[in-house]
Design a protein around this ligand. Sequence first.
Ligand code: ATP
Ligand code: MG
Length: 869
Amino acid sequence: MDIRNLDSDQVVAYLTGMGFELLTVSEAVKAVGPSIEDALEFILTNSGGGGNSPSTSMPKDGSSRITRKMGNKMRQSRITEHLNLGTKSKTRTTSSHSVTPELKENVRQKCHVINSDIASQAPEPVIMFPCKDMIGEDWEEKVKRILNKHFGYSALKSFQKEALEAWLAHKDCLVLAATGSGKSLCFQIPSLLTGKVVIVISPLISLMHDQCLKLAKHGVSACFLGSGQIDKSVEQKAMDGMYDIVYVCPETILRLIDSLQNLAACRGIALFAIDEVHCVSKWGHDFRPDYRRLSVLRETFKAEKLKFLMFDIPLVAVTATATFRVREDILKSLCMSDQTKIVVTSFFRPNLRFSVKHSKTSSVSSYKRDFEELIAIYTKRSTSGKRNYSSMLDMDDASVSSTFSRSFEHEESYEEDIFNSDISFSDDDELALGNSKSSPVSEPRKLSVGFLEDECDHQVADDFDVSCGEFSVQYPKDFSSCSLHAFPTKPDKRLQLQHGPVDEGSAIIYVPTRKETLSIANFLCRFGVKAAAYNAKLPKSHLRKVHMQFHEDAIQVVVATIAFGMGIDKLNVRRIIHYGWPQSLEAYYQEAGRAGRDGKLAECVLYANLFQIPTLLPSKRSEEQARQACKMLSDCFRYGISSSHCRAKMLVEYFGEEFQDRCLLCDVCVNGPPEIQNLRAEVMALMKVIHVHYRQQCFGDASGEFEQIIHLPNDIRRRRYVNKANIKTLVRSIREQYAEFAESDLVWWRGLSRILENKGFIREGDDKMYVQVKFPEPTELGLKLLRSEEDQPFYVHLEADMQLSMKTPKSNSSFSEWGRGWADPEIRRQRLGKKTSWRKPKQRKSQNVKPNLGTVRGRLTAKLCKPKT
Ligand SMILES: Nc1ncnc2c1ncn2[C@@H]1O[C@H](COP(=O)(O)OP(=O)(O)OP(=O)(O)O)[C@@H](O)[C@H]1O
Ligand SMILES: [Mg+2]
């Protein structure tokens, strides 16, 4: 950076980044203008070199030479604070210390003495962990001041207070709170309160990037480390204690354990935070095996192991999407202490309007129908000079192979690049693209179908590394833009907003595959929407820009895979569209949670093909994990096709919360459930057919009473399933046996079998796990139903797929009727007639083709086709 050519904001950012107080810096810049040198001169002259920041000390030598080195020196002084603190007194002082080169060297030496066998070499207990007594009983007042100064908020939320209290009592803490509720503050405040470093383990680079950017804006220095970090000096600086908050991906932190011990002994580590901690669990979504190895943190940073600690360094683990099973797994896998405080808040987001719509989501014709409204919203202001941004990728559905050849060397503007089809790869992109080291870096890489075709971003840890460098401190110009707009939580108030308009804001469209990010972004761009694709395989330079521009509202819509999911905190995201089935409700709720973080009304729409049972995206899974993944997908499918339960209620209850209320905003709450129907006849027909097939397979005898279920030995079970009757076979039997049901189709019966399974009348007969029952067999309860003689009504709400199937016109009345129809001479004549006309174009076509006279067939054809004279 050329420090001679900066504007006022940049000078303020630069100097606050060096550790000076914002107020002082602002006054200085106001007085002397946008010059670092002059501003520093002003500060030093006016403050007498004493410094006024509680967390930083000022150099007493009063040098006015501005160098980056000097910034480092001033940061280093914090390390000396801790060393002095330890060697002189056990009471924390806030006095400043000047940094001489000798002292700096001394610090470095001390830091490097401490290594893996730190426990044996460490000096006497030197650093006291700040607890309530040291920070003072008035810690809440102090936190309030910090909140106000850095973030512009007036008070902590109650769950944040609870989490901080646990930290002050040196306890581990697990925080389970809704998306957007403010979990990050639980681990950001400790650094600002103590002047020590907080280490945050985070799963996605997009998330680390997002948080670092925000912190920088709020005057907190932060950086992130990972394989994508281009500036290798950042890691050393972070380990030297130069940043308040350090974000690290789990893979990297395991490599840094020794350096972290040094850091804990020098500047001090206030807390280890594990963000999105559900990634620890095999039973959750986004499982990251390296998260499980984070138990090393709890095992290493213990007072009994590191002599210089008086207390264990606490661990705080946070997530918005963990079921009971996942919570237990987290506590166990991370070896969190028995005393761990668990803070749980409601998962309910009162301002999110959920809905589900049927769509094939597979082609441009679906895009046209489904995104019409979105396009209208985002282009309404620019319809006159409608700019065509269609260059994100110049391709249509069929040809995704257009290449990315233009180099970024001649960048004109950010905007051009983001929307431009020609994306080339810079050096740091090679890794993300899996490019071999041997390939020449200078040659622009072509992005081919091979890269894009149906790959998903599941469980690709390092792919998310998008280096964004360091984050210098900047203060927000207007705090009011960050304040939470209070959304009415009272039902009657929410009712008024049922049909309320949703502001323009910005949108994220989540798609299952990388290929779709490109095709949909391209589609939207063609209609003038400022849209961009985001997936782990795109060039890092492109991803960085998308991220920045999205936050600056220069991009209206990001079309992304899960690589742009967890934790992203942009206040005015008004629409989250899932285009295709998500893999789990956890993932769905997590991604939907990006919407409405300012508290205003926001829309979360799931477009999915309700006729088709979703399938798992390819990923490496053990058998056990595959079963779990299938169960999660099944829950997600059931959410989508449900027509009678409040969507928000379904979602929060999925996470184990008891929810008596209804959201009053979702499509089900607004439209109401469909009319209840008595399906006694259909239920009995299906149950009978299931029973007959079950008997047939078990005993080779279809007739017989509805006696007790016999629990067959495994070998018989296995043999039985050689000829197992799946739901398709059963439906064919129903159509053939019951004339009144000849019109119905598979989707409808599949829906009914799901309802019967939910009510416990049938169960899956196969050992495998399916998204919905595939080989149904009766349960004891089912047999009881069959035996019941009274004509009791069986009331049911038809689910969404069943309703759709009834609305869809059938091409032929039923399979059996189609078969029977051939016996009728009139029907036969009509059908054959149709077939003839269907063949006609082919015949016409052949007339234009000249027969090959070199073959017997050709000569014969020519003879036959010869016009008669
Ligand atoms: N005490 C508070 N008062 C007002 N606003 C707050 C407070 N704490 C946090 N916020 C705001 O809430 C928003 C969401 O914060 P944050 O990103 O920490 O959410 P989160 O709980 O981590 O969500 P996610 O689970 O999606 O990651 C932020 O914009 C933040 O500024
Ligand atoms: Mg978060």
